[in-house]
Ligand binder design. Structure first.
Ligand SMILES: C[S@@+](CC[C@H](N)C(=O)[O-])C[C@H]1O[C@@H](n2cnc3c(N)ncnc32)[C@H](O)[C@@H]1O
Length: 212
């Protein structure tokens, strides 16, 4: 999904440089097996933020095909660790195999758990949180983030434009609930005193917040 002119999109993609073969292979596998994964530019952006900030503790809400985890894992510095949460057991098993094959298991703790439940109960705090779970629940995640994200920590959420549905008067029955939830999430995040935020038209839309 891209919200910019196709020729500009193609031009920007032509500047993306050589591909990492592991990352490309996980991307292709996700597409082939119809497992939802982030857009390539979202993966790239996450990786650059991780490289810049060098967080020690990263929390991902929604592991899916492991594509965003892999972008982040490859950018993590010494002692950095990603905790990624996933409700689908097949995806957890598949993800553990992928990270083992790539010798990246020490950088990933992949947990089979409901992310909302985890956020409510954990005593851990994180430097960096990436939300990419079910869209209908987005608004429920937001109030739970400040308690587990340290001050100065980064919070990103994918799909904040939800295929452009956020600006449609009628997104259709299939996307109605997700669109309402994403719009509520965006609105609340935009005025929240806990975060400074920018909403970026990268991939399917990405919010980028710092906890203040
Ligand atoms: C869009 S995918 C994540 C894609 C991933 N970021 C990637 O690039 O490969 C969303 C995932 O979140 C999982 N999910 C949805 N709700 C969840 C919840 N409450 N707790 C944990 N995982 C959840 C889904 O099973 C799905 O695999």
């Amino acid at each position: 999904m891209s919200f910019i002119l196709p020729e500009i999109d193609d031009y920007l993609k032509s500047l993306s440089g050589p591909k990492d073969k592991d990352i490309e292979s996980v991307q292709l596998a996700g597409q082939r097996e119809e497992i939802p994964i982030v857009d390539e530019e979202v993966g790239r952006f996450l990786s650059l933020l991780i490289l810049t900030k060098q967080p020690k503790k990263v929390l991902e809400l929604g592991f899916g095909g492991g594509y965003s985890s892999l972008w982040m894992a490859k950018a993590l510095g010494e002692g950095g660790m990603i905790t990624s949460l996933e409700l689908n057991t097949d995806r957890v098993d598949r993800g553990r195999r992928i990270f083992q094959d790539l010798d990246l298991s020490p950088r990933l703790q992949l947990l089979y758990i409901d992310a909302l439940e985890y956020l409510q109960n954990t005593t851990e705090t994180y430097d960096f949180i990436f939300l990419d779970a079910i869209k209908r629940s987005y608004a429920r995640y937001l109030p739970l983030i400040p308690r587990v994200l340290r001050k100065g920590g980064i919070f990103l959420a994918d799909n904040i434009l939800f295929r452009g549905n956020v600006v449609k008067t009628d997104p259709g029955k299939k996307y109605q609930a997700g669109t309402s939830a994403i719009k509520a999430f965006n609105k609340t995040l935009s005025v929240s005193c806990d975060f400074k935020t920018i909403f970026l038209p990268i991939g399917d839309g990405l919010s980028f917040s710092v906890r203040v």
